[in-house]
Design a protein around this ligand. Sequence first.
Ligand SMILES: [Zn+2]
Ligand SMILES: [Zn+2]
Length: 386
Amino acid sequence: MQANIEDMPGMSFDCECGRKHSVDIGKLVIGSDNLDEIVEGLSAFRGEKLLVLMDKNTYGAFGEIVVKRLLDYGFQLKSFMFDTGDRMLLPDERSIGRALLEVEPDTTFILVAGSGVLSDIARIVSYRTGKRFAIVATAPSMDGYTSVGSSLIVGNTKTTIYSHYPCAIFADTSVMRNAPMIMIRAGFGDVIGKLTALADWNLTRIINNEYYCGTIAKLVQKGVGKCMESAEGLAARDERSIRCLIDALILTGLSIGLAGVSRPASGTEHQLAHYWEIKAVEKGEEHPLHGNSVGVGTVVTAMLYELASGILPEGIDYPKADFVKSLLEKVGAFTNPRDLGISRELFVESMMNAMNMKDKYTVLRYCAQKGKLEEFTDIITRELYN
Ligand SMILES: [Zn+2]
Ligand SMILES: [Zn+2]
């Protein structure tokens, strides 16, 4: 599978793993200064009524320019900008309800200019109202653009609800390179997390004979590898490095749809990040950006793998904690849960309990089964919270 990412939409093939893999997204446009491509990519919807969703930040970043260009080209649209003041926009009932009010009986298409939260809101609203939707991505902050699920906050807890794929994703590197640095760091953390996710996938293949696809694992490894090689340029917002980051995020996001399971993109590092996120949401507190937590979770998971090296089955490739740390440091990202505001107590609790949240076998469960999780957690905690 050597395809260029932009050629992947619509692709379908029978794989050595015994499954048929397909990419059910209509269009992927990644490039620099690609406003014209956005207009062209949406031309099929020119006669229809578009709803454009943005927030104050994404309006300034790109939304305003996109809307103006679409209007110049004769598109019929209504735009809506979320304004939450100092409050962070959350993908909760309130925002979803607000967006729903903007959908009119003759709206046929929803275009969202934004990153994770906004695209999750647009994804669920478009799905439940039977409209198609497309994303103009504004930040390389997470791998969820190509997701089929919406990550939402419902009833004060985080949950993922099945929705649908966008029919098109537009990523303009000349815009996305100007995203807040914390979002670029988060995107990089989400990519680095695949190193331990792939180790977990391999571990469960060996221990539980769980479904595994070597082709997809290699594809993810390649995308992550390219992104790691160009990490240095991210801090300087070098456009080529940003492109590698976007490619890796889109590719690893697509890998979930290809595999039909989240294994290639999420393992222990995501279990830990989700645990910290859920605990914050339950208390009504803000939590760090997903990818920032995943990056730290990757360091922790690598530490756990190193401690477990003597009891692991043969053939598990896992990253060294120092290596993960050095990568994150290249972009100025956090490497310690303490710096994310995770208390020592919460950290220990997450190490012991994160494996119970979703029925997914990872190195946490493996260590628990070997009777070693408490001991390893203790060692890691003392190192991180000294
Ligand atoms: Zn396969
Ligand atoms: Zn993630």
